[in-house]
Design a binder for this molecule. Structure first.
Ligand code: ADP
Ligand code: ASP
Ligand code: MG
Length: 436
């Protein structure tokens, strides 16, 4: 069994859905994981924001606009009245649900329910299209098997048990369609795997059933050596190791969800990145092996906050860093980078939900300085921190850019640098010119 995931643009119009079916209809057994049609999750986010702000009529207008888009897709996608009606009937239920929310009774639970509608609609439309063309595909409800545990991690045991049971119900079927992104939390409520989470759904499913490989089909011909949204003249990388891809995804390469590599890495399942617009292109193979070249790629993670704690009490003291870390642990806030000197500790976070409380606690240790609007630039490659001259090359490239923090040697695969976000583009361009 293979797992194929198609992102928003790959199901972004009636035409794309038709093309997609050409890629998935063959005898090879597969589970196809679909995102919402591109733009849908953003629209759903907008609807939840309007409801939270009490703007009921604006929210209703946004629902109407979305419904009109879907009506156009249905009109183009199906050939027969029967299947057009079938699809329209399914959509009607989703839009009735979207209209049922009101600002008076609106909590996180309702918000997550709204956000789940995009993947439910795209998979239903695609499945009905396949059935109209005589393809006996089966829709697997992700909300029945995709579950997170109390720590917000995938509940792999549950997912495996339920998925295998569902698959066994259809021994003849070779094409299963399911929703990416959506899941249930440990309380059984509808939840999600965070933005871009369909990649993660695919790798969790692959690990759960021991799939042969995962294919992430998107709108670009593989993992590029730099962010093509920021830098010109980037190129696709043919091979990356799990560690390299994992660092790049975690440090901002939007092409993969930050934790998507973890489940497949544990099971050593190869992960391909392929382009729906150009299926013949090789793409990128992510596996236990790396490819040629020491420096592979650059990625950047924005909206980083740097916190510096200065204290004379740190001098020759022990247990100081532990006590600082305990503050972050108490507020469930992960730390990305850390550097220390004799009298100061600097660290970075991207989750600022509890920042005020954290800073309040840290003030017990000494003087605290907070800087917002920072970016982590991450240079990734095979044994990058052990290869002679590579660090010098990186720093030479960035000679004109003020660097706030450097993390080197913590991992064999990356050098991370913290800069003010205004220098991000210049830094990424300089690295592109000098490293590749
Ligand atoms: P999908 O909707 O298929 O999940 P995404 O928009 O999430 O697609 O990811 C693909 C996009 O990621 C590309 O179009 C590209 O703009 C962006 N991207 C950012 N960094 C990289 C990178 N290093 N390599 C390739 N694409 C990248
Ligand atoms: N539809 C979700 C999003 O836009 C999940 C995904 O596309 O992977 O974030
Ligand atoms: Mg994505």
């Amino acid at each position: 069994m293979k797992v194929l995931k198609f992102g928003g643009t790959s199901v972004g119009s009636a035409e794309r859905m038709k093309k997609l079916s050409k890629l998935i209809v063959n005898d090879e057994p597969k589970i196809v994981v679909l995102s919402a049609m591109s733009g849908t999750t953003n629209s759903l986010v907008e609807i939840t924001t309007l409801l939270r702000q009490g703007k009921k009529s604006d929210a209703a207008a946004a629902v109407n606009r979305l419904e009109e888009n879907y009506a156009r897709v249905v009109a183009e996608l199906y050939d027969t009245d029967d299947y057009t009606e079938k699809a329209a009937g399914v959509l009607k239920q989703h839009f009735e649900l979207l209209r049922s929310f009101s600002p008076e009774r609106f909590s996180d639970k309702e918000e997550r329910l709204i956000l789940s509608q995009g993947e439910l609609m795209s998979t239903a439309l695609q499945n009905i299209y396949l059935n109209e063309h005589g393809v006996p595909s089966v829709l697997l409800p992700a909300l029945a098997f995709m579950r997170k545990d109390q720590r917000d991690e995938p509940d792999m045991y549950f997912i495996r048990e339920v998925l295998l049971r569902e698959l066994a119900l259809h021994p003849e079927c070779t094409l299963f369609i399911t929703q990416g992104y959506i899941c249930r939390n440990f309380q059984g409520e509808v939840d999600n795997l965070k933005r871009g989470g369909s990649d993660y759904s695919a790798s969790i499913i692959a690990a759960a059933i021991g799939a042969k490989e995962v294919q992430i089909w998107t709108d670009i011909d593989g993992f590029h050596n730099n962010d093509p949204r920021v830098v010109e003249k980037t190129h696709s990388i043919s091979h990356l190791s799990f560690d390299e891809a994992s660092e790049l995804a975690y440090f901002g390469a939007k092409i993969l969800h930050p934790t998507c590599v973890i489940p497949v890495q544990e099971s050593k399942i190869p992960l391909w990145i392929k382009n729906t617009m150009n299926p013949e292109a090789f793409g990128t193979l992510i596996s236990a092996e790396t490819g040629p070249g020491a420096i592979k790629a650059v990625a950047a993670k924005d909206n980083i906050t740097a916190i510096k704690i200065k204290s004379g009490r740190m001098l020759l003291a022990y247990g100081f860093i532990r006590r600082i870390f305990e503050v972050f642990e108490e507020y469930k806030t992960p730390i990305d980078m850390i550097t220390t000197s004799e009298v100061a500790v600097s660290l970075t976070v991207d989750d600022t939900l509890n920042l005020d409380k954290i800073v309040g606690c840290l003030k017990c240790f000494g003087y605290v300085e907070v800087d917002h609007n920072m970016t982590i630039i991450c240079v990734v490659g095979n044994k990058i921190s052990e290869s002679r001259g590579l660090a010098a090359k990186v720093f030479n490239a960035l000679a004109d850019i003020p660097i706030r923090m450097i993390s080197f040697g913590g991992s064999r695969y990356n050098i991370s640098l913290l800069v003010e976000s205004v220098y991000k583009k210049k830094a990424m361009e300089a690295l592109n010119e000098n490293l590749f």
